[in-house]
Design a protein around this ligand. Structure first.
Ligand SMILES: C[S@@+](CC[C@H](N)C(=O)[O-])C[C@H]1O[C@@H](n2cnc3c(N)ncnc32)[C@H](O)[C@@H]1O
Length: 334
């Protein structure tokens, strides 16, 4: 199958109908033409992945057997997928999966699609928890030295599950205000063996009692019934003025409650910091994902609520502000 059979110049005239006798090669060219015409960022990759999804194939089989004819059902399945992508529905919602931190998660329109930059939050959290364990044991802070973590605004549960897998002694609360998001997180917890079912306590809406991850519904840290050693959060941080500049995949499909951070993008973070002190165990840390230009304002906020803590802004691999860390174990004496 030719990789250059479809030049962008010839794309606007591509028919929306896929011929009923299409083989894999011509179906790929057809899909590529439509996606490039719709100004999708990565038309070839998306065409390949959607064709593989429709056929239940790997990309290797696609290139090994371009002559394979599509059945009527496969033809129709592909046509529908491509039409949805032409409308700029995100690829991950069409395939219903997204890889994060080496694990596969169910995603659909009930949740934000986890982004690669959020893996930095998990990396920093895992390092912080590993560093905490010996000190917890030495200080005999608890009979059970398992660190307690809260993932606030868990969405599909990617952060909570990844941390729980990396730190097998950790107990992780996964909190979200959205019941729909918690339904998705529950599937992902089950998929990764993080949950068992049980009764509710405290009259809260609970979507299962966890062996490893416990799902709680409510506003920010409010549903927590105990103090935690580490608060993680990737709360909405997009400023309202930025919405007009976002891609259709984001504004038209991802849940507004997962994106809208208020006037300056900091509403959720500000409220969380306001609530935090009464939910933190001694020496606890807070790690918050922030927007690429929110480091300075994040520092000011953190300093207002935790004037004696060590405050650090970690850049992501592109050099942008990404994680705001507040370490209450280290006093700056300020
Ligand atoms: C940016 S998404 C992050 C989802 C997931 N943690 C991730 O990193 O992919 C923000 C999440 O915060 C939740 N959220 C928004 N406001 C909240 C609040 N006040 N309390 C709890 N969760 C909230 C949204 O429902 C959404 O799932």
């Amino acid at each position: 199958m030719s990789r250059s059979s479809c030049s962008p110049d010839s794309l606007s005239s591509v028919s929306h109908d896929l011929p009923s006798d299409a083989d894999a090669g011509s179906a790929l060219s057809w899909a590529l033409g439509l996606l490039a015409g719709a100004e999708v960022d990565t038309p070839r990759l998306d065409a390949e992945l959607l064709l593989c999804h429709a056929l239940g194939w790997t990309r290797a089989s696609l290139y090994a057997h371009p002559e394979r004819l599509l059945s009527k059902e496969e033809n129709e399945r592909l046509r529908r997928l491509i039409m949805r992508r032409v409308q700029r529905e995100p690829l991950a919602y069409l395939t219903k999966r997204k890889e994060f931190y080496g694990l596969e998660f169910l995603v659909d329109r009930r949740v934000l699609i986890p982004r690669p930059e959020t893996e930095l939050l998990v990396e920093l959290a895992v390092a912080r928890l590993r560093a905490m364990l010996p000190a917890m044991l030495r200080a005999r802070l608890r009979t059970d030295p398992a660190p307690i973590v809260a993932d606030v605004g868990t969405g599909c549960g990617a952060i909570a599950v990844s941390v729980a897998i990396q730190i097998p002694t950790a107990k992780v609360y996964a909190l979200d205000v959205s019941p729909e998001a918690l339904e998705v997180a529950r599937v992902n917890c089950q998929r990764h063996g993080m949950m068992r079912h049980g009764m509710t306590r405290h009259g809260m809406t609970r979507h299962g009692v966890a062996g490893r991850v416990e799902l709680l519904r409510g506003d920010l840290l409010e549903p927590l019934g105990e103090r935690v050693d580490l608060v993680l959060a990737n709360l909405p941080y997009i400023a309202r003025s930025e919405f007009a500049t976002l891609q259709p995949e984001i504004v038209e499909y991802e849940p507004r409650v997962a994106l809208d951070g208020g006037q300056d993008g900091m509403d959720g973070i500000r409220c969380l910091l306001e609530q935090a002190s009464e939910h933190l165990a001694p020496g606890a840390s807070i790690m918050l994902e922030i927007g690429s230009d929110q480091g300075a304002v994040g520092r000011v906020l953190a300093d207002r609520f935790f004037p004696n803590a060590r405050i650090e802004v970690h850049p992501d691999y592109a050099g942008h502000d990404r994680v705001l860390e507040i370490d209450t174990a280290v006093s700056t004496g300020g």
